[in-house]
Design a binder for this molecule. Structure first.
Ligand code: FES
Ligand code: FES
Length: 175
């Protein structure tokens, strides 16, 4: 079990309440004690030390904190950690296997879908949710699915090409 107080606040005020929650993160159950006000994004990054989930704005604008919650993309800065109790989440750390990148990760590599990489984990997870529902999306459908994710570097063209590349590979693999 991870105590978030141990991780980020060694001397919490005695009167701060905590709640014990268990959530499944990338296939593994994690039990943590959290303050009810703690954001899910902060639990993931500071409590669970999974820093692939980025926080850019903390106000639901940028999409850098996007994860999958029960398979659906959500902005984890917009959800409280306690709301994830009993649920499955996936972060970018869960995408690759021990030996292989996920096709979406490959697509971003092949099509140069990133510059600084700050937006990339959120972009890839939003793309993963799209391709689970729509394996053969149009360029417009990709742009719509990623419209909640902002990139300050690439101008989006290569990100869209990356998702098209991944969709093609995933379709080929499923045949
Ligand atoms: S950090 Fe969550 S949307 Fe920007
Ligand atoms: S690659 Fe830099 S913000 Fe998207």
């Amino acid at each position: 079990m991870t105590s978030l107080y141990d991780e980020v606040a060694p001397t919490p005020a005695a009167d701060v309440p905590t709640r014990r929650i268990t959530l499944n993160v990338n296939g593994e159950d994690r039990t943590v004690d959290v303050e009810p006000r703690l954001l899910l994004a902060h639990l993931i990054r500071q409590g669970l030390k999974m820093t692939g989930t980025h926080t850019g704005c903390d106000t639901t604008n940028c999409g850098a904190c996007t994860i999958l919650f029960e398979g659906r993309p959500i902005k984890s800065c917009t959800m409280l950690a306690v709301q994830a109790d009993g649920h499955n989440i996936e972060t970018v750390e869960g995408m690759a296997s021990a030996s292989e990148l996920h096709p979406i990760q490959e697509g971003f590599k092949e099509e140069h879908g990133l510059h600084c990489g700050f937006c990339t984990p959120g972009m890839m997870l939003a793309a993963k949710a799209l391709l689970a529902e729509n394996p053969d999306p149009t360029e417009d459908e990709i742009r719509w699915a990623l419209s909640g994710n902002l990139c300050r570097c690439t101008g989006y063209q290569n990100i869209v090409k990356s998702v098209l590349w991944a969709a093609k590979k995933m379709r080929a693999e499923s045949n």
